[in-house]
Write a protein that binds this ligand. Structure first.
Ligand SMILES: NC(=O)N[C@@H](O)C(=O)O
Ligand code: NI
Length: 173
């Protein structure tokens, strides 16, 4: 029997153990280009390790997941961080898990608005991209280079997200 997961609202504090939120944070803003542009500076940092590693910028086109959605695995990237920034304006879900002596603990699910991205820290347990409600494009910044950058873990007893809640894919103000 899959164990239900509750969707939590995303806050900086709640997500801090897993990474950082990428959003128009007023505390980071700089006016540039003759005052025509607001630069929200250094919201997150890509962290890649290993000789020959480089930071790459990708586009992920995610198919919407159907619900109830079973979370039976999480993964981590030991050699690099990974960020997801929605380009289609749709809400999405992020699933992360604490590390407990090298194994992931119970996953946590966060509702993320279509105007917020997330940078998963290097080695942070997370579920692959969960698009909600529509085909959604995401700008993804992560690592390319030698070495194995993917560790997957499959739970003996899966979890389930019963519904996407009001993450109906349409970003609400
Ligand atoms: N496989 C891949 O590039 N994507 C995953 O790492 C993911 O977190 O979506
Ligand atoms: Ni990943």
């Amino acid at each position: 029997m899959a164990r239900p997961l509750v969707i939590e609202p995303l806050t900086k504090a709640a997500f801090a153990p897993f990474g950082t939120i990428i959003e128009a944070d007023p505390s980071s803003v700089r006016l540039i280009n003759g005052g025509t542009t607001e630069r929200f500076h250094a919201l997150a940092r890509a962290d890649v390790v290993g000789d020959g590693a480089s930071v790459i910028i990708n586009l992920f086109r995610g198919q919407p997941r159907s619900f109830p959605y079973v979370v039976d695995m999480v993964e981590r990237h030991p050699l690099g961080s990974q960020s997801f920034s929605p380009l289609s304006g749709h809400n999405w879900l992020a699933v992360v898990a604490p590390d407990e002596d090298g194994r992931p603990g119970v996953p946590r699910v966060f509702r993320v608005s279509g105007s917020r991205g997330l940078n998963y820290g290097r080695n942070v347990w997370h579920h692959p991209l969960i698009a909600v409600g529509a085909v959604c494009d995401f700008l993804v910044v992560d690592r390319e280079g030698p070495g194995n950058n993917l560790v997957e873990f499959f739970y003996e007893e899966p979890f389930v997200i019963e519904s996407a809640g009001n993450s109906d894919g349409a970003s609400k103000p």
